[in-house]
Write a protein that binds this ligand. Structure first.
Ligand code: S3P
Length: 446
């Protein structure tokens, strides 16, 4: 791993220009995985080339798929077919990536192979019990480190046992792990989700030719059923830009006075776009231009202009549609007029870091008024007045914490030093360059 790189982000004047953010992280992982299980050659344009996605690619190669990046940026994947994954010769290094870990555990669970999953300090502290439980019910044999954590070893079962599983936490990763295990399982595997989560897996499974049925139970919960032992047909995939990455640039444009930024090709799938709805509700000037479909997903160009924001109560039921965007929304709320209340966010405590505690600590350090609750934050905004700044904040191996404080630094009187910006490369390697192209400046800290 690279040594910690501390840095500050500053700006004189406004953010202006037009940018394109890298491919969606969730869709990139799934593109590689389903292509690796198709029979024949798939192509992927716009794949996110961040460390998390590269960890997925490396693991799939270790299990038999042939994956190449062309000089033109197009990736090709020669799949092994559903049921065709091979025994990896060494432990699978998942780095910082929870999505790689949980989804690949699902794939391995219904193959007759054994894989060991290892990761960095952040990932090794995150709960895997949520996928171990359903996958064990399907027949996988899993020995995890204490507390259901990495490193863990998973011995798959083939044929596995189909399952109907009601999600105890609103998690697209758990849903996807079970559906992917169901791909190579005879019969029908069902996931019941009381609260809808991002639906990229079910969209893409259907796109690859699997039989996927979406229904509802008597309580209105969504039921996703996959017919097992599917044969997947190779696809030409175009990955839309990541709304979770665009979020940092959009909030920056709202907060830095005089800014106007156009962010092209951003996914606006309703299961992901909650942040943009909330920012508009706070008074943010965000326009969806040229709405279209890319790779089976709704996409738009976002036009964002600096706006005076007002605090709101963020309804807890929107959480799954913006779960990764809370850190940057906290920054926006801390500069808004009045109070913003954000509850129902227990899941934030088990992300790459405890995002409630880490953001509360960092925001206080730069001069924001924040009250921490077990399940969220209450933030009293500064009515547009810059943060005092002049502090060093700890990113805790969490890309989204580092990027949130990069943006906070643009609206601070004195510099905000981020102790380590290296984790940004897990999801958004071009973040510093794009921000600079809009007028910001990155200064390495001594
Ligand atoms: C993801 C689901 C979410 C999200 C993560 C990506 C996915 O996690 O936070 O960044 O690709 O399915 P949970 O399923 O844990 O909510």
């Amino acid at each position: 791993m690279n040594p910690p790189a501390s840095a500050t982000f500053r700006i004189d004047g406004a953010l202006c220009g037009r940018v394109r953010v890298p491919g969606d992280k969730s869709i990139s992982h799934r593109s590689l995985m389903l292509s690796a299980l198709a029979v024949g050659r798939s192509t992927i344009d716009g794949l996110l080339e961040g460390e998390d996605v590269l960890a997925t690619a490396a693991a799939l190669r270790a299990m038999g798929a042939t994956i190449h990046r062309g000089d033109d940026g197009r990736w090709t994947v020669d799949g092994v077919g559903v049921g065709g994954l091979l025994q990896p010769g060494a432990a699978l290094d998942m780095g910082n990536s929870g999505t790689s870990t949980r989804l690949l555990m699902g794939l391995v669970a219904s193959h007759p192979i054994t894989a060991t999953f290892v990761g960095d300090a952040s990932l090794s502290g995150r709960p895997m019990g949520r996928v171990i439980d359903p996958l064990a019910q399907m027949g996988a044999d899993i020995s995890a480190s204490p507390g259901g954590r990495l490193p863990l070893m998973l011995r798959g079962l083939s044929p596995a046992v189909p399952l109907t599983y009601r999600l105890p936490v609103a998690s697209a990763q758990v849903k996807s792990a079970v559906l992917l295990a169901g791909l190579n399982t005879p019969g029908i595997t069902r996931v019941i989700e009381p609260v809808p989560t991002r639906d990229h897996s079910e969209r893409m499974l259907a796109g690859f030719g699997a039989t996927v049925e979406i229904g509802q139970d008597d309580d209105g919960a969504r039921i996703i059923a996959i017919h097992g032992e599917a044969e997947l047909r190779p696809q030409a995939i175009d990955v839309p830009g990541d709304p979770s990455s665009a979020a940092f640039l959009a909030v920056a444009a709202l907060l830095v006075p005089g800014s106007e930024v156009r962010i092209d090709n951003v996914g606006i799938n309703p299961t992901r776009a909650g942040l943009y709805d909330m920012l508009r509700r706070m008074g943010g000037d965000i326009v969806y231009a040229d709405v279209r479909t890319v790779g089976g997903e709704p996409v738009a160009d976002l036009i964002v202009r600096a706006s005076a924001l007002t605090g709101i109560e963020v309804p807890p039921d929107v959480a799954p549609s913006m779960i990764d965007e809370y850190p940057i929304l906290f920054v926006a709320a801390a500069l808004a007029r009045g109070r913003t209340t954000l509850r129902g966010l227990e899941e934030l405590r088990v992300k790459e870091s405890d995002r409630i505690a880490v953001m509360a600590t960092g925001l206080r350090a730069i001069g924001a008024t924040v009250q921490e609750l077990p399940d969220g934050l209450v933030i009293d905004g500064r009515d547009g007045a810059p943060f005092p700044g002049g502090a060093t904040v700890a990113a805790r191996l969490d890309h989204r914490i580092a990027m949130s404080f990069a943006i906070a630094g643009l609206v601070s009187a004195a510099p905000v030093v981020i102790d380590d910006i290296a984790p940004i490369a897990t999801s958004f390697p071009t973040f510093p360059t794009l921000l600079e192209s809009l007028g910001a400046r990155l200064d390495p800290a001594p």
